[in-house]
Design a protein around this ligand. Structure first.
Ligand SMILES: [Zn+2]
Length: 132
């Protein structure tokens, strides 16, 4: 099944289910827009016209991102043990490998619900202030 086959229900929703291999079973409804992001960003596959399969459990997703980023904070380079949604969930970001980065506790707190661009701008300003 391809992405173009995916159709939202009458409420604009799509079913997201755990993969058969996953030990933790779940089923949820998400918006069609979020479903598209999940498939495009490689964290889900289209199962049928109104269902997508989530490829990673939350735990697998954490491990995947931490290993990819070598446990280093994306923003400051220190050891990071939290995950940051580059596009915050409150702004439509999803928990996909593309939208998640390893982040230290301090940066995660500072970033809060700022967008990626806003936060980078603030960090750059701070670096400049220290240098001058
Ligand atoms: Zn950091």
């Amino acid at each position: 099944m391809r992405l173009r086959h995916l159709k939202p229900d009458e409420n604009g929703m799509v079913r997201i289910v755990s993969s058969r291999k996953s030990k933790v079973r779940f089923e949820n409804l998400i918006t069609y827009e979020k479903a598209l992001i999940h498939v495009k960003e490689g964290s889900a596959l289209v199962k049928n016209r109104n269902t997508i399969i989530k490829l990673h459990s939350q735990k697998q997703m954490r491990e995947l991102v931490f290993e990819r980023d070598k446990y280093k904070c994306h923003y400051c380079g220190k050891q990071g043990l939290t995950l940051d949604h580059m596009t915050p969930r409150s702004k439509g970001g999803c928990s996909t490998p593309k939208n998640l980065v390893c982040c230290c506790y301090e940066c995660n707190q500072k970033k809060g619900s700022l967008s990626y661009k806003e936060f980078i701008r603030i960090i750059r300003k701070e670096v400049k202030t220290i240098e001058s």
